[in-house]
Design a protein around this ligand. Sequence first.
Ligand code: GLP
Length: 260
Amino acid sequence: MEIIIQPNAETASLIAARVIARVVREKPSAVLGLATGSTPLAMYRELARLHREDGLDFSGVATFNLDEYVGLPPEHPASYHAFMQEHFFRHVNVRPENIHIPDGLAPDIPAFCRSYEEAIRAAGGIDLQVLGIGSDGHIGFNEPSSSLASRTRIKTLTAQTRSDNAANFGSAEKVPIHVITMGVGTIMDARQVLILAFGEKKAEAVAAAVEGPITAMSPASILQMHPVAKCITDEGAAAKLTRTDYYRWVYDRKPGWQKV
Ligand code: GLP
């Protein structure tokens, strides 16, 4: 895994946006896997700016979001449908028919999950998957103990995740218990993965994912097996890593052609 430690979330987000912009410029029909949460907000802002000011064109791009709460209609303000419209889609030119987000209201959830996997395959697979990380090490909504080979399916949130996400709902009790999420195996099939983590609250999860053993108790740790994974953090989220000198040394000495 490539570890990129930045002074703050803002500079880290610019790098993430640049990586995505490069993929889209090289392949205008790129398939992007997208994430929600507070972490990717500045990255989406920068992508919107690149669209507005530099003409970054999303008209051929297809997107697949990681997850959605079961039972929330798309217009619910805390739904990931609403999040994506508000923070990304309404600012760029992704065609509505190319946007895919799990349907929290699907009447037959297993059938929906199979069709989501099929749609990803039919689109040619995900070129780049963006991820945040939960304070318990989850990616998407794959909580600790998730099968590392899992596909898109229903999951039950941990008490910790419901309390972490309480702000959007008013209280932890109001956070839905069930979600639909891409599986860990679905995420691992992406050709490139970008995981972002900001703030000291994420430091333990990042250390476990990057330097700990590969274990279902830290679903993000499976990214150690991904051939093209970048972990971009600020100083706070990097605070519990032990080899930071080496990671900084590597990043500062990248050959020009590898720089973003
Ligand atoms: C939720 C999302 C994850 C996200 C995580 C972290 O659980 N399903 O995709 O990575 O929260 O959220 P935040 O970025 O707000 O810390």
